[in-house]
Structure formats: C-alpha cells, structure tokens
Design a protein around this ligand. Structure first.
Ligand code: HAS
Length: 543
C-alpha cells in the first residue's frame, strides 16, 4: 500500500482502537454491575455506560476500522488513490471524527443516554444527533473516495473483471449508501427537529421502523469486511487458492439485495405493523441467510482442498494440515467457527414464534456477541496483526504472533463463557439492557443470578484480552525492534474455478432490483404507519 494511503488508513485505525479501549472498559463495568459486584458512583448511571459501550463499539470501532481496512485494501488490490480521491477520504475521516467527538461528549455528559439504537421515544441533546449526522456524512465521503478508485479502474480496464476485494468493497459501500438513507431521514427529519424543540412530538413507530431499515443492513456492513478477509486473505495465508470467484461475488450481490429490506424482523413484536409485511420481510431474511451458507461451503472447500494438497487422506484429516500456529489464520478461523452457532441463533431470532420467546431478553445480546463481537471482531483483530505492520513498515514477529494466539484464545474463552450465560439466562426470561435488580425477590429472577456471574467472569476475561490486544498493537505500530516488511495477503483464484460471468459486475441491474425490493418491502408499511399515526390529522406532518 502506498505510504500516503497507508497514513489515511492508519488514521481510521487509531480512532477505532481508542473506541475499543473506552467501550471495552464500559463493558467491564456493565457485567460487574449486572452481577451485583459493584455499584456505579453517582452521578454515573447504568444506561449512560451502556450507551458509551454500544455507541463506541457497535458504531465507532466498526465504522472506523472498516473504512481504514477498505481504504488499504482498495489501494493494494485496485491501485493507489489519486490525490483528489485521497483528499476526499481525509475530509470524510475528519467529518466522521468531529461527529464522533460531538456525540461522545454528549454521551459522557449524560445528555444522550439513548443507547446505540437511539430511536424515539428516548431523546438526546441535539448535538448528539448532529454528531451522528456528521458521522454518516463522513462515511459517505469515505465510501465515495474508495468507490471512485474502483470506477477509475473499470474505465482503464474495460470488459475485465475487477479485483475481487475491490468488487466486495463496492458491494459493501453500495449497501451502506442505501441503508443509511433510512437513518439519515430519521435523524434529520424527526430526531433533530424534535430535540431542538421545533416540533413537540414525533411518531415513535416511524422512528423505530426507519432505524431498523438501517439497523440490520448495519450488521452486514460489519460482516462483509470479515468475509473479505475470509474469502480473499485467508486462502493466501494457508497457501491455498480462492475456491470460486463467481461464488464469492454471488454471495456479496445477495447481501446487497437482501440486507436492507429485512429490518422488520427486529420488530416482530411491534403492534403497529401488519403481520403480512412482517412475514414478507422474514422471507427475505431467510434469503439473506443463503449467502452465509454459500460462504460456509466455499470456506470448507478452500480448507479441504488445501489440506488434500498437503497430503491429507481421511475425511477430516485435512483439518490437521491447516496452519494453527499462524495468528493470521487462527483468529479469523475461530471467528468463523463461532459464527456457526451465532448464525444459527439468528435463524431462531428470525422465526416468528421463537422470536416471541427471546425478544428483548439477554439472549439477543448473546447472539450479537457471537456474531459481531466474535466472528467479526476476532477477524478484525486477526487482520490488524498483519495490516498494521504492513502499513507502518514493520513485521509480525514470532513473539507477537504467539501473543496474538493467546489473545485470540482469551477472547474466545471470555466470549464463550459470557455468551453461553447470556443465551441461557435469556431463555429463562432475563431482560436485556437492564441493571441489576432482584425484581422484588421474584423466584424467576433468582434463576438468573449464576448466569450473571458467568457474564461477569467472561466479561473480565474479555477486558484482559482487549488490554493484551492493545499492547500487541502498540508494539507492532511503534516498536523499532519490529522494523521490516509484512505482506498484505491477497489470494488468487483456483485454476479449477469457472470463469466469472460478467453479469455479476453489472451493478446497474443489481441497483434496480435492490431499489425495487426496498420499495416493495417498505412503501406500504411506512404509508400505513404515517396514515394511522397517533399524531392524527397532522399525521403527514411528522416533522
Ligand atoms: Fe442478528 C438481532 C437475525 C446475523 C447482529 N443481530 C441482532 C442484533 C445484532 C445482530 C447487533 O431475526 C441486536 C440488535 C438490537 O440491539 O436489538 N441475525 C439474524 C439472522 C442472521 C443474523 C437471520 N446478526 C447477524 C450478524 C450480525 C448480527 C452477522 C453481526 C455481525 N438478529 C436476527 C434477528 C434479530 C437479530 C431476528 C432481532 C432479535 C430481536 O427480537 O430483537 C443471519 O445472517 C445468520 C446467517 C449465518 C449463518 C452461519 C454461516 C456460517 C459461516 C461460518 C463457516 C465456518 C467455517 C469454519 C467454514 C447461517 C459462514 C468451520 C470449521 C470447522 C472445523 C467446523
């Protein structure tokens, strides 16, 4: 990666890891409070800490890391950014950073204790919403800067298939542009005017619906960069080949099509939305499971083919041939493994009857700690171990590799203990997003206690793992003893794979289908919400 692009990428990564430290500390406080081990000193309250945790880890760590990673990957695989593209990237970075500081200050002042989902009726200071709006605008500029580089490549190489990781970044950015329209509408036309006192009331159902039209695509925006590492980087690290270029592209296109029109599966218990629309979006949710199943198939194939190439004969003996001692493989692999139960939990959540049981319980928190906080974040950690030395002219030494393996094991162990406890307590009815309470000595609440201790043990291990990760990061970034060269691994496609059909790169077609699906899935439900709004005859003047 060109050093000028590397600087832009690293700037994002610094902000991401500052967020990781503060957000992780907030997480530690939460598990300790829930287990009744500590009490927060006045005037700090539980929901304030929960908001710090969710916003910094769910939004800031992920968004900044993803744009840092994508900028570096675009520069490496497609080509160095032009000066204008890089300038746009820097403007995006600063707009996002200013927005983050505005939002973070309001949360720390307890003026925006609205959790990371921030929809009405919880209300924050307008500076928090303005900060979030800037973060979104900044991401658009960052995404545009990367996308322009890819468009330039297409012009310079007509009728050729673009580099796989570049194509994947375009898919992720396209999904992001479309997904953020809903949340930008909510922030600009509902939350900002409301918090500024320009309007007295906003429609809460509309606010939630607009949020979730973005909220589920957000989870795939987190996931797809991890998939980029799984599809493109891991095959190179293990010395194998990408199983199929077409299959990888097909799965990304399916994410583009089906990630946005599925938000209602977060609102299955919402009384104000007609069941038929929920059913329709649940069908689309099951469609968005398919690309993950394609991915699982493709990864198994990559691993097995490589193992066989190295002489494995038995049904599973290829597993033994994988490079278990290499953290660049080990961390993302553990992420993949954990994604199997995480994804299965998602299918449970999306099934209407089972959703009635788990909705708003701590089961859901367990689900997303397996998916985003393990499958995705462990992959990001694994990528950091080679990306940061690559970008800063250093090397992943044997000693750091070993520490990375220990860090991965600690993370998997901590998350395993915490998430299993969360799933179990959730099935017993323990609510999510609540501080410690014995609920007036209720018998049911007593059954949750041991699981809350489990969560505290897991959460403490996780905080230790964060400290170890940051130590490795600082060593890899600044220690002069690590000077050298580290590869940015990009795999090549297997010679047995079929040629990629050009239709997969026909974004005009995919955009038309995507817009049609979003319009079908949301036009009527939103019309229905507005026309039945409790704001009465002023229903159309919601903002
Ligand atoms: Fe989810 C709630 C449904 C995936 C994150 N989800 C959440 C929330 C978050 C989140 C943050 O339908 C909470 C939001 C809030 O605060 O309220 N989710 C799904 C479904 C999927 C899914 C159907 N979720 C994710 C991913 C996330 C994520 C990915 C983050 C990155 N989720 C829901 C629903 C709710 C929900 C409801 C709302 C619940 C409620 O009522 O509130 C699917 O996309 C999952 C498909 C995945 C698979 C797994 C494929 C496995 C692979 C690994 C292969 C492994 C290998 C290694 C090769 C089917 C690809 C193998 C090696 C060996 C040796 C074995």
């Amino acid at each position: 990666v060109d050093p000028r692009d590397a600087r832009l990428s690293m700037a994002h990564i610094y902000v991401a890891f500052i967020a990781l430290f503060i957000g992780g500390l907030a997480g530690l406080l939460q598990v300790l409070v829930r287990a009744d081990t500590i009490k927060l000193p006045e005037p700090i309250n539980y929901y304030q800490v929960l908001t710090v945790h969710g916003v910094l880890l769910g939004l800031i760590l992920t968004i900044f890391f993803i744009f840092g990673f994508q900028t570096a990957a675009m520069s490496r695989a497609v080509g160095t950014l032009t000066d204008q593209q890089r300038l746009l990237g820097w403007i995006g970075f600063w707009v996002m950073t200013v927005g983050t500081v505005m939002a973070a200050v309001m949360v720390l002042l307890n003026e925006a204790t609205v959790l990371y989902t921030f929809y009405a009726p919880l209300q924050a200071h307008w500076i928090f919403y303005a900060g979030l709006a800037l973060v979104v605008i900044g991401t658009w500029l960052a995404a545009l800067s990367e996308s322009l580089r890819w468009i330039q490549w297409r012009k310079e190489n007509p009728n050729q298939t673009s580099p796989l990781i570049g194509f994947m970044i375009i898919c992720n950015n396209l999904m992001w542009f479309v997904a953020t329209i809903g949340v930008a509408t909510e922030v600009l036309f509902q939350l900002l005017p409301w918090s500024l006192g320009i309007v007295d009331r906003v429609d809460v159902l509309l606010s939630r619906t607009l949020f979730w039209s973005f909220g589920h695509a957000l989870v795939y925006f987190w996931l797809l960069p991890a998939y980029m590492v799984w599809y493109v980087v891991v095959p190179k690290v293990i010395g194998g080949k990408i199983f199929s270029d077409s299959l990888a592209r097909l799965s990304f296109i399916m994410f583009v099509l089906f990630s946005v029109p599925v938000g209602l599966h977060h609102q299955l218990t919402e009384p104000g939305v007609d069941a038929s629309w929920k059913f329709f979006q649940v069908v689309l949710t099951m469609m968005v499971v398919i690309p993950s199943l394609l991915t699982a198939f493709s990864l198994f194939a990559t691993f097995e083919l490589r193992g066989r190439e190295l002489g494995a004969k038995g049904v599973f003996s290829w597993l033994k041939k994988l490079p278990w001692g290499d953290v660049r493989f080990f961390a993302p692999f553990i992420g993949m493994l954990v994604f199997i139960p995480g994804g299965a939990g998602g299918i449970v959540n999306a099934s209407n009857q089972m959703n009635q049981l788990i909705h708003n319980t701590i089961w859901v928190t367990g689900h997303f700690h397996l998916t985003v906080a393990t499958a995705v974040v462990l992959t990001f950690f694994g990528a950091t171990y080679w990306l940061v030395p690559h970008l800063t002219g250093r090397q992943l030494t044997k000693e750091m590799n070993k520490l990375g393996i220990i860090q991965t094991i600690l993370w998997a162990l901590g998350m395993g203990i915490m998430s299993i406890s969360m799933h179990a307590a959730g099935l017993l009815g323990a609510p999510r997003r609540s501080s410690f309470s014995d609920y007036g000595g209720a018998d049911l609440a007593k059954t949750w206690l041991s699981y809350q201790v489990g969560q505290a043990v897991g959460g403490t291990l996780l905080f230790i793992a964060i400290l170890l990760f940051l130590y490795i990061f600082i060593k890899l970034r600044w220690s002069s003893t690590h000077k050298g060269f580290e590869e940015f691994p990009i795999g090549t496609v297997s010679e047995h794979a079929q040629k990629t059909p050009p239709i997969l790169e026909n974004f005009k077609l995919w955009i038309v289908i995507l817009v049609a699906l979003v319009l079908i899935a949301y036009t009527y439900p939103i019309y229905d919400i507005i026309s039945n709004s409790p704001l009465g005859s002023k229903g159309y003047k919601l903002w």
